[in-house]
Design a protein around this ligand. Structure first.
Ligand SMILES: [Zn+2]
Length: 246
């Protein structure tokens, strides 16, 4: 089953069960129901994660979501740490940077943070669930570009483009496709949501605010009427966060 991340994100009301899956080049994550088990079981190797939940578990309870969240969070962290460490240092070395310290965690709403003074990059572990490997590379290149430009100035975006287009895998990529990819990554709704699900406090919020009971989607598109009809211009979320298209 290929996971339709856009569709899932727009219907997500805080519950993860066996219908949730990640099927990307970097990570395959599947949740299965299994008979004759009483607690969660895990099978893993690098890039593959299978989580088994008892057949009779009711997934719309806070207790079971919390148990799943804990296991999934720890497992995704392990996957992300291994994948990000390798890939970051491979790219860093290819542009003449030394080996860097890489760590992963849930860092507020950040996707990544660069501590250039300490040769250290932190990633939000859920970004490993990006549907495309290219988005992960873009994020890595973004953080690496901060070693050259500490702000988000025009020079920074030029540097990022330069690093990304210089990667061996991206021989076919042009300035235009690079721009397209950057926009897609920025507005990807899956990670937008998952980065919060990684924290207990947010999960509690979903239940406390009755989002789960009423199955309220946590993000909704905002439309604008134009001469070509209705156009999606932004998304609003129940977290009082907004992000704009284009
Ligand atoms: Zn940045």
């Amino acid at each position: 089953m290929v996971f339709d991340s856009e569709k899932w994100a727009l219907s997500f009301y805080g519950i993860i069960d066996e219908h949730f899956a990640v099927d990307s080049e970097l990570l395959k994550l599947h949740i299965h129901r299994k008979e004759s088990i009483r607690k969660i079981q895990v099978e893993r190797d690098l890039g593959n994660l299978d989580i088994y939940i008892p057949t009779n578990w009711e997934m719309e309870t806070y207790q079971n979501q919390e148990k799943l969240r804990k296991v999934m969070s720890a497992e995704v962290k392990w996957q992300a740490l291994n994948i990000f460490s390798r890939r970051t240092n491979l790219i860093a070395n290819s542009i003449g940077l030394p080996n860097l310290k890489v760590s992963v965690c849930v860092i507020g709403h950040f996707m990544g943070k660069c501590y250039y003074m300490e040769n250290h990059i932190k990633y939000n572990q859920w970004t490993i669930c990006y549907p495309k490997k290219e988005y992960v590379d873009l994020l890595i290149c973004h953080e690496l570009a901060h070693f050259y430009q500490h702000n988000h100035s025009e020079q920074f975006w030029d540097k990022l483009e330069h690093i990304y287009l210089g990667l061996e895998d991206n021989m076919q990529c042009t300035r235009e496709t690079f721009q397209q990819l950057s926009d897609e990554r920025r507005t990807n709704k899956t990670v937008f949501l998952l980065r919060y699900w990684g924290r207990q406090s947010y999960l509690k919020d979903f239940f406390d605010k009755d989002f789960v009971k009423h199955k309220t989607p946590l993000i909704t598109p905002i439309y604008k009427d134009t001469s070509e009809g209705k156009v999606e211009i932004a998304y609003s979320s129940n977290f009082e966060i907004r992000f704009w298209q284009g």
